[in-house]
Design a protein around this ligand. Structure first.
Ligand SMILES: [Zn+2]
Ligand SMILES: [Zn+2]
Length: 201
């Protein structure tokens, strides 16, 4: 799913000190007498740590809001203005209650297709566009599954066809052998109708 509601898993949670828990590479000292050796005081490359922090859904939401101010990337709707217009402005008694979100953080390229947690891969979607995208993705997935099933069925049908062709071939050979065998046992071919008519003359 392309939505950023879960925090990313740390890929290397068990990495020893001096090995980055995010990318799995060694963290090397950049200068000093031990330059090029592992920096065992560290567990993250600084940019890797930033990437991990960016993957936090609340942090992603803050950063996306700072950039987009709740404007939908798909239809351009100013979601917060729309909420206020529809009377969703908070009243005093609503404070402390969780707000119904009017926009969502969406990952443009989903993680399982190589997307990252960079801000450039995040976009604001209004609830409607978000639902549309979700429905589209679900349809695409179902379509892919249907195609795969059809391909698997076709492959199976071809195997069956091949098996039955070979069976027919075997049967034909076997029948031929039996006929030859019977003919051999009888000595000569059975009398044909031509011989019979000749005898009756
Ligand atoms: Zn790293
Ligand atoms: Zn929209």
């Amino acid at each position: 799913m392309g939505m950023a509601q879960r925090r990313a898993q740390i890929p290397f949670p068990e990495a020893p000190r001096g090995v980055c828990r995010w990318c799995g590479d060694a963290i090397l000292l950049a200068d000093g007498p031990y330059r090029g050796e592992r920096d065992i005081r560290r567990r993250w490359h600084p940019p890797c740590q930033a990437a991990w922090e960016q993957s936090d859904p609340r942090e992603a939401q803050r950063r996306v809001y700072r950039r987009d101010q709740g404007h939908c990337a798909a239809c351009g709707l100013d979601t917060e203005a729309e909420r206020d217009r529809l009377g969703g402005r908070r009243r005093l008694r609503d404070f402390g209650k969780p707000r119904i979100p009017v926009w969502r953080v969406d990952l443009i390229v989903p993680l399982d297709e190589g997307g990252t947690f960079d801000l450039a891969n995040f976009q604001t979607l209004c609830n409607r566009c978000h639902d549309d995208k979700l429905a589209r993705q679900t349809n695409e997935r179902l379509e892919r599954e249907r195609e795969q099933q059809a391909e698997a069925l076709m492959a199976r049908a071809e195997v069956l066809l091949d098996v039955s062709r070979r069976l027919v071939g075997h049967l034909r050979d076997a029948t031929g052998e039996i006929i030859e065998q019977r003919a051999g046992e009888l000595g000569e071919p059975p009398e044909g109708p031509a011989q019979i008519t000749r005898k009756s003359e």
